[in-house]
Write a protein that binds this ligand. Sequence first.
Ligand SMILES: [Zn+2]
Length: 81
Amino acid sequence: MILGLDPDSPQCSRAGCRSSASYSVVWRNPKIHSVDRRKVWLACAEHVDYLRDFLASRSFPVAVEDGLVDGNGVVLPEADA
Ligand SMILES: [Zn+2]
């Protein structure tokens, strides 16, 4: 078995964490991504808050979805211009 390449058990995006992901942290970087672009980090229950706060602290629009999503259609809390 090759670790990390099993599509049936997606892992948390936190460095060093091998827990199965159960949340999707959806975000974009306003400086480099267009307004309809979505990036997704997968997160376990332990690290979902860490990953969300990491992005929020950089003033990136970020939203947490239950389960694993591709980010399409997720509405991010865009900062007021
Ligand atoms: Zn984790």
